[in-house]
Design a protein around this ligand. Structure first.
Ligand SMILES: Nc1ncnc2c1ncn2[C@@H]1O[C@H](COP(=O)(O)OP(=O)(O)O)[C@@H](O)[C@H]1O
Ligand SMILES: [Mg+2]
Length: 242
């Protein structure tokens, strides 16, 4: 399978003297959903921000479809095919759903109507709510706007930071099944999640980070079965698949 995202030995952080990531590596191949797991403060959000260029990479490599990402300005990142949905403040609350989607299409204006109709096809609710300000929507609906906006640029890789945060278990399931649908439509996905069990169930593979380093990785099924993973999340003697 062809490699979409390659991250090698990345060191990054919020100040040059205090790295948060101490040499993290991961690979995402075309057509996969890959989940990054790990305890609070492990550096999951920092990793996804470093890939997206929001946090500076001080050493190591990151590339998308063979193109270097390190040091690229945001609009160049979008051109390479990268889309990033932050955990919070990921919609323009005062703008309508449709205006949020328009902003997402800024690199891809000629394809606006086609992309918008594609997003409305994935998220029928958004078509219905298109004239409402995004700030008036429920948490689940706002998350759909954020994902929809990211899809407007027709990305090759969609990265999401805790897409199920703050949602009820039922709504979280809806978001996860929509990610499966997006993946089936040809978009490779990298997710950061706290909700390990639900995320691994829709993923092909997972990486577990701890203290800014790779701890464990493997097929989603083997991580769900692994007692070490169960212990990390649920306590001694537990497994996620039970
Ligand atoms: N904006 C920031 N400035 C300084 N330190 C930060 C910032 N954001 C996160 N950190 C620190 O980086 C470490 C990793 O945080 P984060 O990547 O958010 O972890 P996770 O997403 O795995 O919970 C934590 O020690 C956290 O305190
Ligand atoms: Mg985080």
């Amino acid at each position: 399978m062809s490699v979409v995202l390659e991250v090698r030995d990345v060191v990054a952080g919020y100040s040059p003297t205090l790295p948060i990531l101490n040499g993290v590596s991961l690979t995402v191949s075309a057509g996969e959903i890959v989940t990054i797991l790990g305890p609070n403060g492990a550096g999951k959000s920092t990793l996804i921000k470093a890939i997206a260029g929001v946090v500076k990479i001080t050493s190591g490599q990151a590339s998308l479809l063979g193109e270097n990402l390190v040091g690229l300005p945001t609009h160049e990142m979008v051109r390479t095919g990268l889309a990033y949905v932050p955990q919070t403040e990921n919609v323009f609350a005062k703008l309508s759903v449709e205006e949020n989607l328009e902003i997402g299409a800024f690199t891809n204006r000629h394809a606006y109507v086609r992309q918008r109709d594609h997003v409305f096809g994935l998220f029928a609710d958004l078509a219905r709510l298109r004239r409402l300000p995004a700030g008036k929507l429920s948490g689940g609906q706002r998350q759909m706007v954020a994902v929809g906006r990211a899809l407007m640029a027709d990305p090759k890789l969609l990265m999401l930071d805790e897409p199920s945060a703050g949602l009820s278990p039922k709504l979280a399931e809806v978001v996860f099944s929509q990610l499966r649908k997006i993946c089936s439509a040809g978009i490779t996905i990298l997710i950061v999640e706290q909700n390990a069990r639900a995320a691994l169930r829709i993923s092909d593979r997972g990486y577990i980070l701890a203290e800014g380093q790779n701890r464990l990785d493997g097929d989603a099924g083997s991580l769900l079965d692994n007692p070490k993973v169960g212990e990390l999340y649920l306590g001694a003697g537990s497994r996620l698949n039970k």
